[in-house]
Design a protein around this ligand. Structure first.
Ligand code: ZN
Length: 432
């Protein structure tokens, strides 16, 4: 199992001691060793303490002590005896517990706010989404609504006996992850919005770490860890919502760039004489393939995506478009074909730049994939460099509009596994 982090924040891997030339105090070494044991149990459990010792190179006494601490933190539990061979006493096996430790990912997007909570094994405990006009509501009301979503979900987790190890917020924009500030989010009309700071005033326990990150980057991580192309080290994730976002996994790592701003695929200009974009430029890719573009081409709603639209969940928008098609409105098929063609134009650039094996289509692209992909493939074959094009395929995501909040929860899980000392819950000490 590849333990390398793909979220671009930290790349420290567990080690058995200080590396040469770098002084490491005992606490640091212990933290690394806790992570090492937890990772092993998470990946290979059920396994005995002896097996953990052999696999990690730690001595058995150390492993016993580390396991006791992981048990006390509610991260590891004992399961029935495991017969490793035909002779000798069966040993008690360890498995990842984590049922009392949760991860919360929330997302604020143009017309909805969503939350997904999982346990440490990634099992979804809570999955909810409400329609909300974040564009019209402005930062203040949007953050109030986001805080309410967080409060409600944390309270529900509490009732399930689960404590969140952290909260990550997904936002469709450029995010300064060190301060949890949205630098700019064109489709929300946000500039310099201190999301993490606002959530510290939410009515939840004060010691839950809060992080903020770009929605499409988080969704790309979710695809890489649990989506239709999971484990593909070179994949591009593309999500169609009102805006179009992207995340690039290259060599098993999320491409962040100097400031973590990489992957703003929706704002690559493809038609300089085209339509104005919410970002202030003209002819960005999302003006051709965003949900707003599709809605404007396929329905009479010309105001959609301009900040004056009715608030409606994207699923409802799609249902309306499908209904129009069923009723024989020819504009729908024409609009889908046009979006598919422009998807192929942009995909050709992506293939030439990043040589991905898979382009995963998320958001509304996934819902219309069977009609979008043939048109996109045709254009990709025409415009992409031969060689790379033949080895790249499109795939429809099955994570739905929850991909970003799923990825946000995944980042919390990843951090907890990387540093178990951040887990604050305390369980009764195991006897013996
Ligand atoms: Zn733009």
């Amino acid at each position: 199992m590849d333990h390398s982090r793909a979220d671009g924040h930290r790349t420290d891997s567990p080690s058995r001691g200080g590396s040469a030339g770098v002084p490491a105090d005992q606490a640091t070494v212990r933290r690394s060793n806790l992570a090492l044991v937890l990772r092993h149990v998470s990946a290979y459990g059920p396994c005995s303490r002896s097996a953990v010792a052999v696999a990690t190179g730690l001595n058995k006494t150390t492993v016993t002590s580390l396991v006791s601490e992981l048990q006390a933190r509610g991260l590891v539990k004992e399961t029935g005896p495991q017969h490793a061979g035909s002779v000798g006493r069966p040993s008690v096996a360890l498995v990842l517990d984590g049922s009392r430790v949760g991860a919360l990912g929330v997302e604020v997007n143009v017309d909805y706010i969503a939350a997904i909570a999982t346990d440490l094994a990634g099992r979804v405990l809570i999955d909810r989404r409400i329609g909300f006009d974040a564009m019209g509501g402005g930062p203040e009301r949007s953050l109030d609504e986001l805080a309410r979503m967080v409060e409600r979900t944390v309270a529900d987790l509490d009732r399930l006996g689960v404590t969140p190890a952290g909260i990550t917020v997904a936002v469709p924009g450029l995010v300064d992850t060190t301060t949890g500030t949205v630098v700019v989010a064109p489709n929300l009309g946000w500039h310099g919005v201190t999301v993490a700071e606002r959530l510290t005033h939410a009515d939840i326990r004060g010691d839950i770490p809060i992080a903020v990150d770009n929605d499409a980057n988080l969704a790309a991580l979710a695809e890489y860890t649990s989506g239709v192309a999971a484990g593909t080290p070179d994949l591009v994730y593309l999500t169609g919502e009102v805006g179009v976002g992207g995340g690039i996994i290259s060599g098993g790592r999320l491409l962040g760039g100097a400031d973590g701003f990489a992957g703003e695929l929706g704002h690559v200009v493809v038609d300089p004489s085209g339509e104005p974009c919410r970002c202030g430029r003209v002819g960005c890719w999302e003006t051709k393939v965003g949900l707003a573009a599709l809605v404007r081409m396929a329905t009479p709603d010309r105001a959609y995506g301009t900040g004056r639209q009715l608030v409606r969940d994207p699923e409802e928008r799609l249902a309306e478009i499908e209904l129009r098609r069923a009723n024989g409105d020819p504009r729908v098929d024409a609009a889908v074909a046009e979006v598919g063609r422009w998807l192929g134009v942009g995909a050709a650039m992506l293939v030439n730049l990043f040589n991905p094996r898979v382009i995963v289509l998320g958001g509304y692209f996934a819902r219309l994939a069977d009609r979008l992909i043939p048109a996109a493939e045709q254009e990709l074959a025409r415009l992409g460099m031969s060689g790379a094009v033949e080895r790249c395929r499109f795939a429809a995501s099955d994570l739905g509009f929850g991909a970003a909040s799923r990825g946000a929860a995944g980042v919390v899980v990843e951090r907890a596994l990387s540093d178990p000392t951040t887990i604050a819950i305390r369980c009764p000490q195991p006897s013996g």
